[in-house]
Design a protein around this ligand. Structure first.
Ligand code: 5GP
Ligand code: ZN
Length: 138
């Protein structure tokens, strides 16, 4: 299913041109228009899923398989020193485009983002840890 108001539906479907680095029946991988580093790419499924919660398990597995293939490709071609794989769900998590996408961000020593792709650390009490542990156990 496509969403006629969704920019990533238009890009993944080829209606809006993009700098595509990989394409198959299920996905298009493009260069991010506002990259964190040189080579920052986005994996877009061609089907519209707003986020990971909506995505079928099988598609999610294919995303990860493709992420690995691209990670190896980036390491070989860009000679990057590291790679971040990020995927935001919901405004609170920093999602700005509501069509699932996975960020592949090649990292280079002293790329200027050393202090950016991280978070503050909470100090939880043992009771707080236990409460969250019980809640999350599957
Ligand atoms: P989010 O914050 O939702 O995880 O990431 C959205 C990403 O999409 C951002 O990194 C942003 O630069 C990128 N982006 C937004 N619009 C476009 C576009 O029209 N073309 C491309 N190539 N990237 C886009
Ligand atoms: Zn879409």
């Amino acid at each position: 299913m496509k969403d006629s108001n969704c920019i990533f539906c238009k890009i993944s479907g080829g209606e809006i041109p993009s700098k595509t680095i990989y394409e198959d029946e299920e996905f298009r991988v493009i260069l991010d228009i506002s990259p964190a580093t040189k080579g920052h790419a986005l994996i877009l499924p061609k089907e519209h899923y707003a986020n990971i919660y909506e995505m079928p398990e099988e598609t999610a597995a294919h995303v990860m398989k493709l992420a690995r293939k691209l990670a190896v490709h980036m390491k070989e071609t860009l000679k990057c020193d590291g790679l971040n794989i990020m995927q935001n769900n919901g405004e609170a998590a920093g999602q700005t485009v509501f069509h699932f996408h996975m960020h592949l961000i090649p990292r280079y020593k002293q790329d200027g983002n050393e202090d950016k792709l991280c978070w503050n650390h909470l100090e939880l009490s043992e009771e707080e840890f236990q409460a969250i542990h019980q809640k999350l156990k599957l």
